[in-house]
Design a protein around this ligand. Structure first.
Ligand SMILES: [Zn+2]
Length: 287
């Protein structure tokens, strides 16, 4: 949760990889670029944290020192409405991230809830709610109470994660935080985000369902996105004029609704596009 709109990359930028000795070097480098958030990639993690507690704590300390808010992106290999053994493995993967999040002081673990497969959509939604409630119970029993779960709006129609479903998770499951991936929404709804009113309509829906605080503190992913009838195909850089959505339109809404989101850049340019997003917001504020 942010005290002002924060920007940062999803994962470690390529050129950082050549100069860092340790993951805890990243917050200082981001701070030097004027960035204020970092989404730690745990996208290939199994059932145990793949970072040592000591390293996670070093990352935490450097993030605090450099005013970087941390989040974690959980495993890509999750399915809360699949076969039972897959569901159990998925829950263990989410829990591993929440443990690491506690160590590094990451406020939210973002993840992709799953695939409908042959399951009826309503049945799949109810199953995901039930499984997530169990994850939260386990988190509580482990003393992980400051970390939020962040199921994300998804870009493919085969994936659980429509806006409606994500809002339902936030209503039905404790210890959740709203995560809106704007590129994914744009792809899932056939290029829906064309004007600022389209962003407004989503914000208004969120506000009606979850309240003003949820709107102001949402965690966002942003990139330009290419899509087909099935939804998301590929992420693109912010400068790519062939694809939407336009970040400026989101900035108008951020200012209007007095939002303080954490905005994670998921474009191929990561931190460079984070800087460009920050500048676009500043221009909107000053215009
Ligand atoms: Zn994601």
């Amino acid at each position: 949760m942010a005290d002002y709109t924060r920007f940062g990359p999803a994962g470690v930028p390529e050129r950082f990889k050549k100069i860092i000795r340790h993951i805890s070097d990243v917050p200082g480098l981001l701070h030097a670029e004027g960035l204020t958030a970092f989404e730690y990639p745990a996208v290939r993690w199994g059932p145990k944290p793949q970072i040592k507690k000591e390293s996670a704590e070093q990352l935490k300390n450097q993030a605090l020192k450099n005013d970087i808010v941390l989040s974690i992106h959980g495993s890509y290999f999750l399915n809360l409405c699949g076969k039972e053994e897959i569901v159990e493995a998925s829950k263990r993967r989410i829990l591993a991230c929440t443990q690491a999040a506690k160590w590094m002081n990451a406020y939210v673990v973002v993840f992709h809830p799953g695939f409908y497969g042959k399951m009826d959509k309503n049945v799949a939604l109810k199953k995901c709610v039930k499984e997530l409630r169990e994850v939260v119970e386990t988190m509580k029993s482990l003393g992980i109470t400051d970390v939020k779960l962040g199921p994300e709006t998804m870009g493919k129609v085969s994936q659980v994660g429509s806006l409606e479903e994500i809002l339902t998770f936030c209503e039905e499951v404790e210890q959740t935080h709203l995560v809106i991936d704007w590129g994914h929404l744009h792809a899932r709804y056939n290029g829906f985000l064309k004007e600022s009113d389209d962003f407004r309509s989503i914000i208004n829906t969120v506000e009606q369902r979850l309240g003003t605080k949820a709107v102001r503190n949402m965690h966002c992913h942003f990139s330009k996105i290419e899509y087909t009838k099935k939804g998301e195909r590929r992420h693109h850089i912010l400068d790519n004029k062939d694809y939407g959505p336009d970040f400026k339109l989101l900035c108008e809404v951020i200012v209007e609704y007095k939002m303080n989101p954490v905005i994670i850049s998921e474009t191929p340019l990561l931190d460079f596009d984070s800087i460009s997003m920050r500048e676009t917001l500043n221009m909107t504020i000053n215009s």
